[in-house]
Design a protein around this ligand. Sequence first.
Ligand SMILES: Cc1cc2nc3c(=O)[nH]c(=O)nc-3n(C[C@H](O)[C@H](O)[C@H](O)COP(=O)(O)OP(=O)(O)OC[C@H]3O[C@@H](n4cnc5c(N)ncnc54)[C@H](O)[C@@H]3O)c2cc1C
Length: 605
Amino acid sequence: MLPDYAEHEEAIGLNWYEADPNLAFILDHLIPEEKYRSFAEDHSWTFGELVGKSLAARAEQTDKHGPVLVRYDRWGEEICKIEHHPTWLANKADLIRNGFVGLPAHAGHPVPHVLMSSLSYQVCQAETAAYCALGMTVEAAEMINRYAPDAVREEFHRRLCSLDPTEAWEGGMFLTERQGGSDVGANTTAAFPDGDEWLIRGDKHFCSNVDADLFIILARPVGAQPGPKGLATFAMPRRLPDGSSNAFHIKRLKPKLGTIGVPTAEVTLSGARAWLLAPQHAPAVESLADADGWDPARDGKGLRRMMEMVDESRYGVALMGLGIQRRSFLEASIYAARRQQFGERIDAYPLVRETLVDMLVDLEGGAAMTFECAAAADTADGIRTPESGLAEREEASLLRRILIPLAKMRATRNAINTASAALEVLGGNGYMEDWPLARQLRDAQANTVWEGTDNILCMDVLRAMRKEKAHAPLLARLERTLDASPQHPLLEDPANALFAALGSLNESLDHLAMAPQDVVNLQARRFAELLADIAEGTLLLEEASWSLDRDGDARKAVIARRFAKKKFGYTPSRGITDPDRTVIDLFEPLVRYGRIEPDALSGSA
Ligand SMILES: Cc1cc2nc3c(=O)[nH]c(=O)nc-3n(C[C@H](O)[C@H](O)[C@H](O)COP(=O)(O)OP(=O)(O)OC[C@H]3O[C@@H](n4cnc5c(N)ncnc54)[C@H](O)[C@@H]3O)c2cc1C
């Protein structure tokens, strides 16, 4: 069990990996191979030191000294330079040096996505703004590797993955224009061919990490059809290979509520040089004549390629939500252990206990679903189960496809709720900017918007089902898990509740299949919420069962039971008559991650 939270003055200064035994539990559960697990241990621990002891303190400074745009130099020349506080630059340099971006390119062996998620989750507890900047760098590197032409691929990729902050590049992504972020099909930014390269003209309305070095950008090649199918994806460097500036003008920095460190700007592109991102060879064709007509800039798939980056970025935003939840829980737990009112520590009071335990239930449910996306990526890439065949890998890709929008929707909404509840645990101090939770709440609010609002994510879940049948492997995965878990008597009740919920989900699927489209759209949020609840509840049950089998420890079973009860349980009189004392009696081992004997649950609900 962890030490009493009262022993700490604040979260900053702790090793955030050591302080979070649930993260080690997730790595144990999802990285079965010993050689990868010990590699993950080393890196997660190093990041725990780095983030908890250095990055987190600097992030507080950065938030109070946001970036400034210097448009012109003293000669009146346009320079569009962003000046940052040194703490922002120091954090990014430390992350680059420690492989936050470049580890997979430099490790010399496959690096599990689960490990990279563990590092990201920790960084997000300190500074989602820095994660935004370097997370987009990771995704830009993948896009370059997959789609950039030979002329630039190697150099762009090398720079993005460099471990040397003096030469490393950062990435960004420009989709949104004034007329719409959800509806990118309305984009008007145009791309004009110039030999093998392209010149981009237009305005982008939200450009985060605007002083990065390489942007993945959506534009419409001249002559392409209107709407989403006419869009193509390009790589646009900030500076040209000869060192001169690209035709790129920052109009202004946006006055944001949160994520202050990362500069978000409005940008005008006046013929900025770019390279098309598309497959380098024609897809298999029936005849040479078909190959002759192949036009990768206008093949109708440019937006789909950009969505590969958006999907990864959405996954990153889910980790931001989880990071904010975890930081909020840690800060609130420490404060509640140290603060006395009416002669008692406030964490002795049942209502405070319930608040803290329910923060953990939401966090661990969200973590189970979000890290499942990373585990699916490891299966798809053959890292987790090298023996899995093509069909299994394709299923894992589909699983990830549908879980990502669910994970982002759930973790980012819960982050706002958890940061708000944690702020209240700190009372009036919580509302003040010299305590850590006001920033967490401000930052949390960005995450339900960027990379797609909740509504857009719910619609994306429906699209993944309709177009890719991505729900089939998810439902099969959940059914298999539920079939296995009632072997544990402690898990019988939640498993039955989840089975019943799965039944009602299947009924709603039949209903929606016959419903008019506007009714389907109306129900999209309710449907996605139900699916997310069932997925989180079932994955928690799997973790609980695994923990009982391995260690005879029922802590996770308590979490899984409480989750199922909150989401699916029938509690008469709104639970007021419920004799359940779990949050009072098991508070210490729950919030300090201690062992709970299965017998301790008899009598509790
Ligand atoms: C801090 C910050 C940084 C950002 N950084 C970037 C960046 O680096 N690059 C970038 O490209 N973009 C960036 N964005 C833009 C962001 O991705 C968009 O704001 C977001 O996608 C929403 O688009 P919008 O603002 O145009 O809202 P709109 O699309 O106008 O949406 C307004 C409302 O209408 C709802 N809505 C729209 N369509 C539907 C529908 N079909 N059904 C139901 N409801 C609907 C939405 O859910 C939303 O509630 C950033 C945004 C923020 C806040």
